[in-house]
Design a protein around this ligand. Structure first.
Ligand code: PXG
Length: 444
């Protein structure tokens, strides 16, 4: 790989980089490198155009290299490259926080900045524990997650998360964590369009844990409004409402991990808004800067913030933060991303394109290997029957074949997830779906 391809030099040694969530040996034998991107397309190191069916990793919601975002980052780097976020600040952080407070429902109006979804999750869990203590409920130390949940890769996130592969290599994780059962059930839900009708009662599993542990030991429950990384598992109708009611009944905080569901994926700014449910804490990242600069945020309801604002005013109220919280470049990128989203109407575009997308996705019914299709907003899960004795192999083969055919998809286990930038048009939807169709017909 020491040649020049398309005028772009490529690295000649792939060994040193231990790649994240990647089959390193397979990759390094047949590398797939992107060297540039614009709009809906990546360009590969060998000069091919690849249609982005995954918005990068669920983050580039407005498409790649949007001029306002590019210019804002460039400009910010020349004006203020860095400012310490502890006991100092710069204007950008306050502006982004105010915008987020305005975009999220109800009194979700105080924002703590991080640099990723994983950090947002760990921050949210820490705030939940500290808040219970601040209000005199210090016995509430237990955190509840959900099977098949994904909340990033920090120790907090993998502890409340419920994806076996992400947990099993890492010892005993956080103590005092339990999980409600997941909501996926093909027998009752296969080929649902939008939210499945069946499964609201699965929220009652939280009541079971309350009976087991007692509410006085439980600080918070964290769920993704729909489970993304586990393969697009959509919430049954009425399920999230039930979770909210059970949390209210027992003084348990409800945390929505909106790292994927935020920023228009479902046709509204947030899942909280779409479903009309008021979580106590929301975690964000990814689309916050359109994926351009790492940034995450945790947004809490006003009473949570206020519970910390006691005691001598010169003392730090929450002993938590990151060197790069509210980084100037990230703030500039976020403000420009908000503007781009607004100009293009992208928070509602998934709702407008939704019916076309839904029909396109479900047109795959009956194609080889498919055992379920599910969709909402601009996302889809295509579940394949695993090859006997070779879990995840069939979907991985589909991923490689799609890439060869010029389309980027994402797979988890034997599930394909499609989550294109929200600027996708109808011919591109057709191309994405038709490529998957052709590929599935061509693999074992
Ligand atoms: N919460 C949720 C709901 C996520 O989806 C994170 C937290 C962690 O974010 P960071 O920025 O720390 O990676 C995520 C991340 C996939 C995939 O293909 C999804 C994520 C990351 C990598 C791959 O499903 N989501």
């Amino acid at each position: 790989m020491d040649d020049m391809a398309g005028g772009v030099s490529v690295p000649n040694d792939l060994e040193a980089f231990w790649m994240p969530f990647t089959a390193n040996r397979q990759f390094k034998k047949a590398p797939r490198l992107f060297v540039s991107a614009e709009g809906m397309y990546y360009t590969t190191h060998d000069g091919r155009q690849v249609l982005d069916g995954t918005a990068g990793l669920w983050c580039v919601n407005a498409g790649h290299a949007r001029p306002k975002i590019v210019e804002a980052i460039r400009h910010q780097a020349t004006v203020l490259d860095y400012a310490p976020p502890f006991q100092m600040a710069h204007p950008g952080g306050f502006e982004v926080a105010s915008r987020l407070a305005g975009l999220l429902p109800g009194d979700l109006d105080h924002v703590f900045f991080t640099n990723s979804g994983s950090e947002s999750v760990d921050t949210a869990l820490k705030i939940a524990l500290a808040w219970q203590r601040a209000r005199g409920e210090g016995s509430r130390t237990r955190l509840i997650g959900r099977e098949r949940g994904y909340h990033g890769v920090g120790f907090g996130g993998i502890s409340v998360g419920g994806m076996v592969a992400n947990r099993k290599q890492f010892g005993t994780l956080l103590g005092g964590v339990d999980h409600i059962r997941h909501t996926h059930d093909l027998e009752h839900q296969a080929y649902s369009r939008g939210q499945p009708d069946w499964g609201a009662h699965l929220a009652d599993d939280l009541e079971r844990l309350v009976q087991l542990h007692d509410a006085s030991t439980i600080a918070a429950v964290i769920v993704e409004p729909f489970a993304g990384s586990a393969g697009v598992l959509l919430p049954p109708k009425g399920y999230l409402e039930k979770l909210r009611a059970i949390c209210d009944r027992h003084g348990i905080l409800l945390i929505f991990d909106e790292v994927i569901t935020g920023f228009g994926r479902l046709g509204r700014f947030s899942a909280a808004e779409l479903f009309g449910i008021q979580p106590d804490i929301v975690t964000l990242a990814k689309g916050l800067t359109n994926g351009s600069v790492p940034m995450g945020a945790v947004v809490v309801r006003k009473p949570i913030y206020e519970a910390f604002m006691h005691g001598p005013e010169h003392l730090v109220e929450l002993f938590h933060g990151y060197t790069y919280s509210a980084h100037p470049l990230a703030c500039a990128a976020a403000l420009a991303a908000f503007e781009t989203y607004r100009e293009d109407g992208l928070f509602t575009r998934a709702a407008e394109l939704g019916p076309y997308w839904e029909d396109a996705v479900h047109s795959l019914k009956g194609e080889p290997h498919i055992i379920d299709l599910r969709n909402m907003g601009l996302l889809a899960g295509i579940e394949l029957e695993p090859r006997p004795g070779e879990p995840a192999r069939r979907a991985f083969d589909a991923f490689l074949a799609c890439y060869e055919a010029g389309v980027l998809i994402r797979t988890t286990g034997d599930i394909i997830a499609l989550t294109p930038p929200l600027i996708i048009d109808k011919p591109e939807i057709d191309r994405l779906i038709d490529t998957v169709r052709t590929v599935l017909r061509g693999i074992d």
